[in-house]
Design a protein around this ligand. Structure first.
Ligand SMILES: CC(=O)N[C@H]1[C@@H](OP(=O)(O)OP(=O)(O)OC[C@H]2O[C@@H](n3ccc(=O)[nH]c3=O)[C@H](O)[C@@H]2O)O[C@H](CO)[C@@H](O)[C@@H]1O
Ligand SMILES: C=C(OP(=O)(O)O)C(=O)O
Length: 421
């Protein structure tokens, strides 16, 4: 059992090193399995639990994988992939397991999905993935919780997503990349991570156009080859560090952000946080006095749902009433009860939350219900009086690498403990 212990009151100052993106590296590991020869090299890999699970899953289907932690590099040899089964005990521990299905379909003609995990955020359907595979010529059988997808070669088709699913878009691009003929994916996701995956697949020999427009065209090719690729920065990790500066009255230089934070930056600026781009470094500074804010989550370029929970903590520390509307997931407010235990005043009504700040936060024992509510509680702990103890830290480790060490280097009083239960 992993547990985080945070004692609040310290302003975070210094240089924060932003990790590679979880939501880019996971599809890239899936993409690496599409190459039947050679070795793929992924750089700037975040050393997070989801990556460890992805490595275990790749090994379970027959790939040879080296995770070089201090070099943040993965080397993947997929030449001996021989099992179509994604075993439940690994696959149910993270969402990214679904991203292995296109490679297994192409390489072995079938994929057996014994379960898919990920954060518990209400309904998390996969119908667009399976309907898309069917439109490309696969047969999809569901037996209770096990899904069996079979295809002796896929054929291009026009696909339409009811909503621009992130992993759905990635999976259908990978499925189409080796299908015969042309596939068009309408209402495709626009997230920067999807574009990074398209870049990697393009280097591998895939023919993909329209990334970032919502209409993606894929011309199928006969084979993809192993390449080297550097994973883009994690904009969610960067957002969390910017928020840590905001609530503690700190000053941070974010290194490795590359891209701008878009709407997250604008919302924090409205709250009174100062940003300055200094070449490759994004500088964030706050006096610690924050104005309230309104947030409506949306697919990119809207406000990312994954930063909604951390932003709820920031809102609880702002002077006045903030409003949050969660539009992507129907169960993403588990944080509210935990923040209220610490003294916040958050009222949830369906998909909307009203946060009345600023109320002083006091450290106590709280529960991370998912990855982002976990990191939001770490933020709350940084600004609270006394000690905040957060269980289960595993959920935080799913998505943030070496969190305690990185925050301690900036002056935070935070420890990560491993206990028997
Ligand atoms: C590993 C990964 O990249 N995870 C991210 C990905 O999850 P993920 O790809 O699972 O999220 P989706 O974009 O697919 O899901 C968003 C919404 O669409 C619905 N939906 C999705 C697919 C489908 O076939 N049918 C359907 O109805 C879901 O129930 C959910 O309400 O995007 C989410 C939304 O930005 C992020 O929170 C996750 O961090
Ligand atoms: C919802 C998330 O992740 P996953 O899709 O991997 O569960 C997240 O990163 O906040």
């Amino acid at each position: 059992m992993v547990r985080y212990r945070v004692r609040g009151g310290n302003a975070l100052r210094g240089t924060a090193f932003i990790q590679g993106a979880k939501n880019a590296v996971l599809p890239m590991i899936g993409a690496a399995l599409l190459a039947p020869k050679g070795r793929t090299v992924l750089r700037n890999v975040p050393i997070i639990e989801d990556v460890r699970r992805a490595v275990e899953l790749a090994e379970a289907v027959g790939a040879y994988v080296e995770l070089h932690e201090s070099e943040r590099t993965l080397v993947i040899d997929a030449s001996r992939v021989d099992s179509p089964v994604l075993p439940a005990e690994i696959a149910r521990r993270f969402r990214g397991s679904v991203l292995f299905t296109p490679a297994l379909l192409h390489r072995l003609g079938e994929a057996v999905v014994e379960g898919v995990g990920g954060c518990n955020l209400g309904s998390r359907n996969l119908d667009f993935h399976y309907l898309g595979y069917k439109r490309l010529g696969a047969i999809v059988d569901e037996e209770e919780t096990v899904i069996h997808v079979k295809a002796s070669g896929l054929t291009g088709a026009t696909l339409y997503l009811d909503t621009p699913s992130h992993t759905g878009t990635e999976n259908l691009i990978m499925a189409a990349a080796l299908a015969k003929g042309t596939t068009v994916i309408e209402n495709a996701a626009l997230e920067p991570e999807v574009l990074d995956v398209i870049d990697m697949l393009t280097k591998m020999g895939a023919r993909i156009s329209g990334g970032g427009t919502g209409f993606i065209t894929v011309e199928g090719v006969d084979e993809l080859h192993a390449v080297e690729h550097t994973v883009m920065p994690d904009r969610l990790d960067a957002g969390v560090f910017a928020m840590a500066a905001a609530i503690t009255g700190g000053e941070l230089s974010l290194v490795g952000t590359g891209l701008d934070l878009g709407v997250v930056r604008y919302k924090l600026e409205q709250m009174g946080v100062e940003f300055a781009r200094q070449g490759a470094v994004l500088h964030v500074r706050s006096e610690g006095k924050l104005r309230p804010i309104n947030i409506i989550t949306d697919t990119y370029p809207g406000f990312a749902t994954d930063l909604q929970s951390p932003m709820m903590t920031v809102a609880a520390l702002a002077d006045g009433t903030s409003y949050i509307h969660e539009r992507i997931f129907d169960g993403r407010f588990a944080l509210a009860g935990e923040l209220n235990k610490m003294g916040a005043n958050v009222e949830v009504d369906g998909s909307r939350a009203v946060v009345r700040g600023r109320t002083p936060l006091t450290g106590t024992q709280v529960t991370a219900h998912d990855l982002r509510s976990g990191i939001a509680l770490v933020l709350a702990g940084l600004a609270a009086e006394g000690e905040t103890v957060i269980d289960s830290g595993y959920l935080i480790d799913r998505g943030h690498a070496h969190l305690a060490a990185r925050m301690r280097a900036l002056g935070a009083d935070i420890t990560r403990e491993i206990s028997e239960r």
